[in-house]
Write a protein that binds this ligand. Structure first.
Ligand code: HEC
Length: 165
C-alpha cells in the first residue's frame, strides 16, 4: 500500500516536473556570452594601418535620421542581424556557426569594446571584414551606408541596460 502511494506520488511529481522543466528552459537564456572573449578587444586593423584608420572621421553627422538609416540596413539588406542579433548583442540565429563570435555591440558584458574602438576602426571592419569571420561589405554597401551603420552601432552601447531601466 505504502509503495503504491509513493509510486503514484512519484508519477504525479514527474508528470508536473518534466513539462515544467521544459517550460522554464524556454525562458532561461542559455546562450553563452561569447563576446566576453578578451580577444575581442585586440585591434582588427593591421598594425601598419592602425593609426591611419583610427583617425578616420565620419563624413556624416550621427543624428536620429542617420541612426535610423543604419538600423534599417542592419536589419535589412546588410543582414547583420543574422549574426549580430536583433538587439545587436551578438546572438543572431546563426551566431553559433563561428569559432569567433559576432560582436556584442551593447557591451552588456562590460568588456568595453565600444571604448576600445574608434569610429574609423568600426568603419574599417565593416568595409574590409576581419580575419575572425566578420565579412567585408565594401562591395555591397556605399560609404555613406557603412558610416550610417557606424552611427547605429554607436547608439547600441548600453542599449540593453538602458531599456531595462
Ligand atoms: C555571417 C555573420 C556575420 C554577418 C552577416 C555580419 N557580421 Fe559582423 N561580425 C561577425 C563576426 C563572427 C565578428 C567577430 C569577428 C572578430 O572578432 O574579428 C563580427 C564583428 C563585427 C564588428 C567588430 C569588429 C571589431 O573591430 O571588433 C563589427 C563592427 C561588425 N561585425 C559589424 C557588422 C555589420 C554592420 C554587419 C552588417 C552590415 C555585420 N557585421 C554582419 C559576423 C558577421
Amino acid at each position: 500500500m505504502i509503495t503504491k502511494t509513493w509510486t503514484r506520488r512519484a508519477f504525479i511529481t514527474a508528470l508536473v516536473a518534466i513539462p515544467l522543466f521544459f517550460l522554464i528552459l524556454q525562458y532561461v537564456d542559455i546562450t553563452p556570452v561569447y563576446s566576453a572573449d578578451e580577444q575581442a578587444l585586440k585591434p582588427r586593423v593591421p598594425a601598419d594601418k592602425l593609426a591611419e584608420v583610427q583617425s578616420l572621421k565620419s563624413p556624416i553627422v550621427a543624428s536620429e535620421k542617420t541612426i535610423s538609416t543604419g538600423k534599417a540596413i542592419f536589419h535589412g539588406k546588410g543582414v547583420c542581424v543574422n549574426c549580430h542579433g536583433e538587439a545587436g548583442n551578438g546572438k543572431g540565429p546563426i551566431a553559433n556557426s563561428f569559432d569567433h563570435h559576432p560582436r556584442d555591440f551593447t557591451d552588456t558584458d562590460d568588456i568595453g569594446w565600444q571604448k576600445a574602438r574608434t569610429d574609423g576602426e568600426i568603419f574599417w571592419a565593416i568595409s574590409k571584414g576581419t580575419e575572425y569571420g566578420m565579412i567585408p561589405y565594401e562591395d555591397m554597401l556605399s560609404e555613406d551606408e557603412r558610416w550610417a551603420l557606424v552611427a547605429y552601432i554607436r547608439s547600441l552601447e548600453n542599449s540593453v541596460v538602458a531599456n531595462h531601466k
